[in-house]
Design a protein around this ligand. Sequence first.
Ligand SMILES: Cc1ncc(COP(=O)(O)O)c(C=O)c1O
Length: 134
Amino acid sequence: MLYCVLLCMNIILTVPCKCFLIWYSPAIQEKRVATVQCLSGTGSLRVGAEFLAKHYHQYFTPDQWEQIRQLMTSKALLPFFDSAYQGFASGNLDADAQSIRMFVADGGECLAAQSYAKNMGLYGERVGALSIVT
Ligand SMILES: Cc1ncc(COP(=O)(O)O)c(C=O)c1O
C-alpha cells in the first residue's frame, strides 16, 4: 500500500509538469520545475497566490505606487490587488487603501481581493470580498 501511494505521488508530481511542458524541456532537464499536488484548479491557484504573496510581497511608498500605476497604465495591464489586514500596516484604514484608490482615481480598472478575517473585529470569521472596478 505504501509503495502504491509513493508511486501515485510520483506520477501525480511528475506528469503535470511534463504535460504542460515536454519531457526534454530545458526547464525540466535543468531541474527548474517544482510541482506540488493541490486540491484541483482552485487549490492550485490558492497555493500559487500564497507563494507570490510570501515571496514577492513588499511595501511601496506612495511615490513608488505612482510609478507602478503609470507603468501599468502605459502597458495596459490590469492590476489585481490582494489586500489583507487593511489598517494594520499604518494603523489607518484610509492610508492602507491609498494605493488602490490611486489606481481607481483616474478611471483605472482593477480587481481587488480583500480579507477581513483578521481585522474589523472579525478575527477568524473568514470574511472576504472581491471587487471589480470597470
Ligand atoms: C496579503 C494576504 N492576502 C490574502 C491572505 C489570505 O486571507 P485569508 O486568511 O482571509 O484567507 C493573507 C493572509 O494572511 C494575506 O496576508
